[in-house]
Design a protein around this ligand. Sequence first.
Ligand code: NAP
Length: 305
Amino acid sequence: MDNIYDVIIIGSGPAGHTAAVYTSRAELKTLVFEGWQPGGQLTITTEVENFPGFSKGIYGQQLMTEMKAQAERFGTKYISKDITKVDFSSRPFKVYTGDEEYQSKAVIIATGAKPRRLGLPSEDRLWAKGVSACATCDGFFFKDKVVAVLGGGDSAMEEAGFLTKFATKVYLIHRREEFRSSKIMEERVKANEKIEILTNKAVDEVLGENNVTGLRLKDTKTDETSEITVDGMFLAIGHIPATDLFRDQIELDKVGFILHKENTMTSIPGVFAAGDVVDHRYRQAITAAGMGCAAAIDVERWLAE
Ligand code: NAP
């Protein structure tokens, strides 16, 4: 009986914590599984300056600690384990951490997404030593330096433009000739004198011992290699939602993000989703928190009905 909850929340980023504040405050017996990276992506950023209510900024880790404490204050229980299996085929829903089974009347999935990476050993070695996937977080460190942005979508365009505020020069590197981004963002990048666009190029290796010093590029048409000197490389090649656990049970879009069917409810009545695991457009702490709140309210109303 101890393992039966009104709502189980999977994930502990801004969406999961906010949902927990709302459900536990509504006196629903709430359990949060913190997952492999408690606090989500915000715990690997530095200062968050755009979360309303913190006029002097707040560190991502501290913001998550505060959110968790707020949920615990209203009775939310946290378990620092990974969910290994879910069974949404009948109610109560079942989730498992290895051999342990937990049951709940409703579930909120808030497992987030992580930036897609190239998969190069040199990219791993120089991660956070010039390689980043967040211009908003790390752009400031590249004041008066030269950086490269990878990708041809809206994120790449946006990040390249943003980085020209700090960097003296920004290379935008894309593996094809045509861009996936909206025309207006592409035009803006093309009009920016600080940005040099390199098309039909893939990164073969990130160069540098202790910090990024350059990139070896391979022409995707001719296989010819060349090198450029840069101090940083920003990946903007999409995000991978953490939905492997749910793939066979709930409806996902073609990239793997969860689809909402009615408000924040997924294709399974009683299973809700919030944050970056659904949202590939805004991906902000505040929008994730907002959606977590919405999911909690939807759970409350659904259980009442
Ligand atoms: P995206 O649209 O999926 O674009 C990813 C880009 O990365 C594509 O150009 C893709 O190349 C490239 N890419 C993928 N894997 C790669 C690899 N292994 N090596 C090299 N390049 C690779 O992702 P996004 O730009 O993050 O945008 C996601 C969604 O958010 C979109 O719907 C976008 O419109 C939205 N968004 C909107 C705004 C805005 O409106 N302000 C800002 C940001 C994002 P290919 O083109 O060859 O596949």
